[in-house]
Design a protein around this ligand. Structure first.
Ligand code: GRF
Length: 214
């Protein structure tokens, strides 16, 4: 379970637009998500999500990969920033870099990702276009725990999105994004509430225990 003192302080890692970050900011603002964004970190200086974060009054940091000799030292810098702020949960939100050993070791079962397909279908890049090209009738969005396997960790929530005959990649992506924005804050709330465990590949929520009698 998440450590109580740090549990509601989340760190969000981004690389671009930051619309999922925005959905988390909005869910916190409207009371749907009981959390505090401790820091937003981008590996790209020009990420529009950094602007969104600052406009929301959040600390937003760019950590430049080019200033580090290898992935481990870059990731250690990210981990240091997160830990300095007592981050209890890390949310990848369009973070276009595979989480490596340093991040995984620092936040085991404490790191989530959002992916624009119904995993395990279409992991990796361009998931919406590949779903369209493949001809699936249903695709969607998945929130999962981050493990060493690309887009392969235990699944917390999924939402299905039908693929329409006249879909384009842009239209399909836009409808998937609506579902991403709905389920990511929900999944974060579920994880922060505790009362779950990971059993092999499965993310299992504990049934509420009934009060003891007598
Ligand atoms: C989303 O489609 C997300 O599923 C994927 O990258 C995209 C990020 O979009 N991992 P945004 O930066 O949150 O707008």
């Amino acid at each position: 379970m998440l450590p109580a003192a740090a549990s509601r302080r989340i760190g969000v890692l981004i690389s671009g637009r930051g619309s999922n970050l925005q959905s988390i900011i909005d869910a916190i603002a409207n009371g749907g998500l009981d959390a505090h964004i401790a820091v937003v970190i981008s590996n790209r200086r020009e990420a529009p999500g950094l602007v969104r974060a600052r406009e929301a009054g959040l600390e937003a940091i760019h950590i430049d990969t080019r200033e580090y000799s290898d992935r481990d030292s870059y990731e250690q810098a990210v981990v240091d920033r997160l830990q300095e702020r007592q981050t209890g949960l890390v949310c990848l939100a369009g973070y276009m870099t595979v989480a490596g050993p340093r991040l995984l070791a620092a936040f085991p079962d404490r790191m989530l990702n959002i992916h624009p397909s119904l995993l395990p279908a279409f992991p990796g890049l361009n998931a919406q276009r590949r779903a369209l090209d493949y001809g699936v009738r249903v695709t969607g969005a998945t929130v999962h725990m981050v493990t060493a396997e690309l887009d392969g960790g235990p699944i917390i929530l999924q939402a299905a999105v039908p693929v329409l005959d006249d879909d384009t990649e842009e239209r399909l992506s836009a409808r998937i994004l609506v579902e991403e924005h709905r389920i990511y804050p929900q999944a974060i709330q579920i994880v922060l509430q505790g009362e779950w465990f990971v059993d092999g590949r499965r993310f299992v929520r504990r049934a509420p225990t009934s009060p003891q009698r007598g």
